[in-house]
Write a protein that binds this ligand. Structure first.
Ligand code: SAH
Length: 455
């Protein structure tokens, strides 16, 4: 073994990953050091030594990087939410950009033109959604975020990424849980009632939805809870209880029951109004979502005649914001509440050329192909795991001129773009859009066109 646990080594850091770890080489072997920055020389204390790599923590910074800053967050490093708090934002953007390029190169074997990253204008307070796990540590009530790679909850009062109201709302839940002796969920035994507090705020509208996720059918004194919430924060427009009785890492269950307000909030995005139910997906950074959709529209290059297939459409946001420049929009989404929202969103905004289908993307694509639908442009915006291979194959068989692929995971994006190349589609350009400043997440949009050979 080249290195052993508890060794102390000096190492130059030359790159960094999305988890905020710096990477250096020790006699050729990669050593990952948490919070070390490219350009730094570090004395590292080895905490894990494997045959092919090692991990260490900083014992001393011998040469510090000009990109190093003090994180303004009191729980930075203990909470797993952020990974770039110790770096200037420009350095974070460089790290994310390099990561996306490397994914395209290594995983996809691709080298698209890389456009300037859409860096965020606001790096704190940008999130519109949080799901706080609720746990007990002895007698202590904890509501916050998980520490890195564990399910230990770190109490995070005043998280800098969230809207300020969220902290006040957590305060109400703390009082409510104590006053009414509400049993708190325990992951190991599967017992206890209250699991998560899921909050969403319309950044433009100011409206807030409060959604306690519970392991049961109802909460004690629900009327009292509603009174306490609405008295504390008048922006609360709805309270919805979500039932999740499963032993799972997935936060929300399938069933929602509205106990106050209409059961949804609205927000405006790209000049349109969107209704958002708790189970419907909505981009967590509204301001950056507008810029992301702007880039997607640029890549879609619509002239007013096109048939646009928007797969994984959520509440219809991407397709609906393109509808006035398209012939027609067909949206596909698997969550029924989201599809219901999408239909209403089209109606509210007076959009008549959109149709929505509630189905799995691969099944719907196959059926649309059989129906003889020939989209000119296909939008793909799948969850982190990317598209099923059948989706890629069916999309290619429909022979659209262009595919716009929006992705929150550069690795699966690169994999899928690599497969598209085999299927006759070339990734011509891509841009990263930083939807998640300070965290290790990175959004990318890519433009693929039908290659000459497949015509
Ligand atoms: N384009 C939307 C939503 C993107 S998130 C927006 O920008 O707001 C990805 C969406 O894909 C989610 O709404 C999720 O419910 C949906 N989804 C996940 N798996 C799916 C599948 N197999 N078929 C169709 N939709 C799916």
């Amino acid at each position: 073994m080249l290195l052993n646990k508890n060794d102390k080594i000096e190492i130059d850091i030359d790159s960094c990953g999305l988890d905020g770890s710096g990477v250096g080489r020790y006699e050729g072997m990669a050593v990952f050091v948490r919070c070390a920055i490219p350009g730094e020389k570090i004395r590292a204390h080895i905490i894990k030594a494997k045959k092919n790599y090692a991990a260490g923590k900083i014992e001393e910074i011998i040469v510090s990087s000009p990109d190093r800053i003090e994180s303004p967050c009191p729980v930075y490093g203990r909470c797993g939410g952020c990974s770039f708090g110790h770096m200037k934002y420009e350095a974070e953007i460089r790290a994310k950009e390099n990561h996306v390029k490397e994914c395209f190169r290594r995983i996809g074997g691709l080298n698209p033109e890389f456009e300037e990253t859409l860096a965020a204008k606001k790096i704190y307070g940008y999130r519109n959604k949080a799901q706080f796990p609720v746990r007990k540590d002895g007698d202590k009530l904890l509501m916050g975020f998980y520490s890195p790679r564990t399910h230990r909850v770190i109490h995070c009062p005043g998280c800098l990424l969230q809207p300020p109201e969220f902290e006040k709302i957590l305060g109400v839940f703390e009082n409510y849980i104590n006053e009414f002796n509400v049993p708190v969920y325990d992951e190991e035994s599967g017992k206890g009632l209250i699991r998560h507090i899921y909050l969403r705020k319309g950044t433009a509208s100011g409206e807030i939805a409060v959604c306690p996720v519970i392991n049961g059918k109802s909460l004690p004194a629900e009327d009292e809870l509603v009174k306490m919430l609405t008295a504390c924060c008048e922006s609360i427009k709805t309270v919805v209880i979500n039932e999740n009785p499963e032993s799972t890492n997935v936060v929300t269950g399938e069933k929602c029951r509205t106990v106050y307000g209409p059961g949804y909030i609205t927000d405006t995005l790209c000049g349109l109004e969107f209704r958002l139910s708790p189970l419907s997906f909505y981009q967590v950074n509204r301001d950056q979502a507008e810029r992301l959709y702007g880039k997607a529209a640029e890549y879609a290059c619509l002239t007013g005649k096109e048939t646009v297939l928007d797969l994984y459409c959520g509440t219809g946001t991407i397709g609906l914001t393109m509808a006035k420049n398209a012939g027609r929009i067909i949206g596909v989404e698997v969550i029924p509440e989201a599809i219901e929202d999408a239909g209403i969103n089209a109606e509210t905004n007076g959009i008549e050329n959109a149709r929505f289908i509630c189905a799995d993307a691969s099944k719907a694509a196959e059926e649309l192909k059989t129906e003889g639908i020939k989209p000119d442009v296909v939008i793909l915006d799948p969850p982190r795991k990317g598209c099923a291979r059948e989706v890629l194959e069916t999309v290619a068989e429909m022979k659209p001129e262009r595919i716009v692929y929006v992705s929150c995971d550069p690795a699966t994006l690169a994999r899928d773009c690599g497969i598209f190349r085999e299927l006759g589609y070339e990734t011509v350009k891509a841009a990263a859009c930083d939807m998640f400043p300070r965290t290790g997440h990175c959004e990318t949009v890519a433009c693929l066109t039908r290659s000459f050979a497949s015509r």
